[in-house]
Design a protein around this ligand. Structure first.
Ligand code: NAD
Length: 366
């Protein structure tokens, strides 16, 4: 009886806590700490930043509180649209002043790839945690410098790998680790889309670091690693170009590549800027298989195995990603598939090796 009374008292206090403005203090009185919220500023207000900002409206652990942009009119629009305070908005010229801003915990770098290193180093120096978009940099060397800078500054560096939190992906990863497909010896990854405007930064080597491989092929590299649960030890690669004007020096249009793993597993992948609807993963084992198509687009992701389809409902990837990244930064809660700088660096080392294999025509040992 006393247990029931205790329960009723606690339940009515909880109801009160939810309905009153001073819910914080009541929650504390109940011994329930409100979970902390990660206060995030977005750097680079392009198309992906807009998607992330929309998705963050549904987050419970992460909140958009500021922006960094080179365009004053965009800052005004974003202030209005997202209710941001002027003190939390910066330009690239004065962003170092973010150091003294106690209302921003982390900055999400969503600028062109060629600027990721410079921006990460600036933010680490300012003492802010950094979430940086993929590819983390344009070379493994840059990635290493970013990791070192964040470590020296005592801030976390995470890479925007949204698929690492996606329900179908995680389900297949768990099944693979549990041996449901037997020994997994083959992965196929197909990643591509037809790129439009020839004057965009994605086709400018200095800003992109490369072509389709940097942008979309990296999903097949990353997918092979998390679905096979191993790190490749060699790569071979071949490049083809149908439009050398649009895809100039250092900008890969299409690359087919192969990776070999310690278990004897191999991966066969295609990365291209010249085919649409190319978004497919296939994992084959001695006892079964898994297939995903689409496998890395914004969703809904469709996945099935030798047993039948997976039935996970769609949640906006960036909403889950930002909540889980907040839990990682604030509570140290590690995800099943890592999203730290070292994870980004592993992909960059493979990208470097693939470009070397294309150049030399030889198998490159990693
Ligand atoms: P975008 O062109 O739409 O936006 C880039 C932003 O950076 C623009 O607001 C632009 O003004 C700004 N910028 C700052 N300095 C610049 C400079 N010197 N030159 C050009 N632009 C400059 O690009 P996006 O699609 O938003 O991509 C940005 C980053 O996000 C890239 O690293 C990309 O790989 C990544 N991305 C990730 C995903 C994902 O699903 N994880 C999806 C799309 C893009």
């Amino acid at each position: 009886m006393s247990t029931r009374r205790h329960f009723l008292q606690k339940a009515s206090l909880t109801t009160l806590a939810l309905s009153l403005p001073f819910s914080d203090s009541i929650a504390k009185a109940l011994g329930q700490q409100e979970p902390k919220v990660l206060r995030v500023a977005l750097m680079g207000l392009g198309s992906y930043a807009s998607r992330v900002a929309e998705a963050m409206k549904d987050c419970s652990r992460a909140k958009l509180v500021g922006v960094i942009s080179g365009t004053p009119s965009k800052i005004e629009q974003w202030k209005q649209k997202h209710g941001l305070s002027a003190q939390n908005c910066y330009s690239y010229e004065n962003v170092d002043q973010i150091k003294s801003n106690k209302d921003i915990d982390a900055v999400y770098v969503i600028t062109p790839n060629g600027l990721h290193k410079e921006h990460t180093l600036t933010l680490a120096k300012a003492g802010k945690h950094v979430i940086c978009e993929k590819p983390m940099a344009t070379t493994a060397q840059e990635g290493q410098e970013m990791i070192a800078a964040c470590k020296a500054a005592g801030v976390q560096l995470l890479i925007g790998y949204r698929m690492h939190f996606e329900a179908n992906t995680l389900d297949i990863v768990k099944k693979q680790r549990a041996g449901e497909f037997g020994k997994t010896l083959f992965f196929q990854g197909l990643s591509g889309f037809v790129i439009g405007n020839p004057s965009q930064w994605r086709l400018n080597k200095l800003l992109s670091g490369g072509g389709a491989m940097m942008d979309i092929g990296i999903y097949s590299i990353n997918g092979a690693r998390y679905l096979l649960g191993e790190e490749p030890i060699w790569v071979t690669a071949q490049e083809t170009k149908t439009d050398p004007v649009k895809f100039g020096e250092g900008i890969d249009e299409t690359i087919t590549f192969q990776m070999g793993f310690p278990s004897g597993a191999t991966a066969s992948c295609l990365s291209t800027y010249s085919l649409n609807y190319l978004d497919k993963f296939f994992l084959s084992g001695t006892k079964g298989f898994a297939e995903m198509q689409p496998s890395t687009g914004y969703g809904p992701i469709k996945a099935w195995t030798h047993v039948g389809p997976l039935q996970h409902s769609h949640v906006t990837h960036q909403t889950t990603q930002m909540d889980k990244m907040a839990a990682l930064i604030l509570d140290g809660k590690l995800p099943l598939i890592p999203v730290d700088g070292e994870e980004g660096l592993k992909d960059m080392r493979i990208v470097d090796a693939i470009y070397q294999a294309v150049k030399t025509g030889e198998k490159v040992i990693i």
